[in-house]
Design a protein around this ligand. Sequence first.
Ligand code: SF4
Length: 97
Amino acid sequence: MQVQDFIEMVKTQRADPSGRWQERANCLGVDPDLFFPERGASTREAKGVCKGCEVRLECLEYALAHGEKFGIWGGLSERERRRVRRERAMARRLATA
Ligand code: SF4
């Protein structure tokens, strides 16, 4: 699934609220540094781990809810998560207008 497809999916699906999603994370046992690359470094490897993760949506929602500013969460970079936040904010404004 491409990032754009995932961002679209996030608009319609809801994460599992059980809170136990970390136990099913694809990145369990993977070097955490991979998910917090130096500025300008490739995120491809981390995103590759996330791509096959069954709790990707839960991970992304956690990052959005907790304002995680750094790293790859749910397969999205900081910039991509800002985009999701912007789109959600815009959707909320339109819904209340
Ligand atoms: S989406 Fe990526 S960072 Fe999040 S739990 Fe899955 S593998 Fe780990």
